[in-house]
Write a new protein. Sequence first.
Length: 167
Amino acid sequence: MFSKSKINEPGPKAADVNTPAVPEKTGAVPKPASGEFKASAPKAKPPASVLSADLTVTGNLKTTGDIQIEGTIEGDIRAHLLTVGEGATVRGEVVADDVVVNGRIVGRVRGLKVRLTSTARVEGDIIHKTIAIESGAHFEGSVQRQDDPLNSAAKNAVPKPAGAPEA
């Protein structure tokens, strides 16, 4: 049932020097050549980056991960999940898959899912796929639904008024 493969024999043989060692099909899983352990389970998602309440950032932030803002940001933000804390202020464009606003944003918001909680204050346009606005949220601007709000070409698109002639 089991057979000894050539790969387990000590030392190369003269006839095998120019041929690569191929394990026989015995059902055994080959070990990595380096001897290092390789995890087969997916890596755990890192926690969100938190920008504390006493922090002021002037400049753009870009990540594929999650950001939680508690301080003041003057610049554009691009992230996977963006959470704006109750005491936080963002002045600039926000682009994220998920946007949760508890604090203040002055600028455009683009997201697949946008949620304004009861403590939110948004002054600017919101371009979304789905939106939730809780009672008590303060919002000044326009709301536009798009199937792909994260597309940069869509952010420059200006909707035509109804009945406008085609160019």
